[in-house]
Ligand binder design. Structure first.
Ligand code: ZN
Length: 270
């Protein structure tokens, strides 16, 4: 048992072995038939790791872990691309008529307000919880820091209060959701959050199989990025588009091909 201050509720509690990315994802995508390397691939800016077990550390109490599960993870993980070929979220979007469609560039934009109802909140909560976790804690694999982004002190605190249920969603944040249109999705790829600077705004991204989450953060974001966001003021949007055209994912697909796991990571323990 390890006592400490929980990163979310800030109370002295017994800390759990918390994960940066949902443990449920790893369980869902482990391939028991791949004896040499049963774990999914976790990709960072520099390398690909094949062991899932090490990106975890004592960080949150059991109550806060459960908050994350119930308010987002449990639902969202089941909706992403699965190794049995199902992809609930994409199937749901494709069952509706897009609000806008660009067939040449294979982009379709859906207003998900009616399709998803209150489930929209699960996507917002889930993605925010991952971005916040990456900013609020130092995650390490074998002593090397992985997946650290900075939301900035003020925004990090706003997100913490939102995730605790004590404040509304931060006003200066917009979440975009890009669902992969590709037939062959690299199912086992999950990325840790990364950050790009765009003028006055910051753009943070991470993906789970088939679903890319982008967080725009900054004082002008509520004007410039409102129209096509999941938490837009007028509509709630999700995209179906080609991941190949996304800078982050293009890089990942390349690294996947050249990645050679090193050291004990090769064993893919766990
Ligand atoms: Zn807590």
């Amino acid at each position: 048992m390890r006592l400490g201050r929980c990163g979310l509720c800030l109370q002295q509690k017994e800390l759990q072995n918390s994960h940066l990315l949902p443990a449920a994802l790893y369980r869902q995508f482990r391939d028991p038939s791949a004896w040499s390397n049963p774990n999914p691939v976790l990709v960072t800016n520099l390398r690909a790791f094949t062991s899932s077990q090490q990106l975890s550390s004592p960080f949150l109490c059991a109550d806060c872990e459960s908050r994350f599960s119930v308010n987002g993870e449990n639902y969202v993980v089941i909706q992403c691309a699965n190794r049995d070929g199902s992809f609930n979220l994409r199937e749901l979007l494709q069952s509706a008529s897009p609000l806008l469609e660009d067939k040449t560039n294979q982009i379709a934009i859906y207003d998900v307000h009616r399709l998803l109802g209150t489930k929209v909140d699960q996507y917002l909560y889930f993605s925010t919880s991952v971005f916040w976790r990456a900013s609020a804690h130092r995650w390490k694999i074998g002593g090397e820091r992985i997946g650290q982004i900075s939301l900035g002190e003020q925004y990090q605190e706003q997100f913490r209060l939102y995730l605790l249920g004590q404040a509304a969603f931060p006003e200066n944040a917009r979440i975009y959701v890009h669902v992969s249109s590709e037939t062959h999705i690299p199912l086992t790829v999950t990325t840790v959050p990364t950050t790009f600077r765009m003028g006055r705004a910051h753009r943070h991204k991470f993906c789970i199989p088939g679903v890319l989450f982008i967080l725009f953060l900054g004082s002008e974001v509520s004007k410039t990025f409102d129209d096509l966001a999941l938490n837009g003021s007028k509509q709630q949007i999700m995209w179906i588009c080609q991941w190949q055209k996304d800078s982050l994912l293009r890089g990942i697909l390349k690294r996947m091909q050249s990645a050679i796991p090193t050291g004990n990571l090769r064993k893919g323990k766990g």
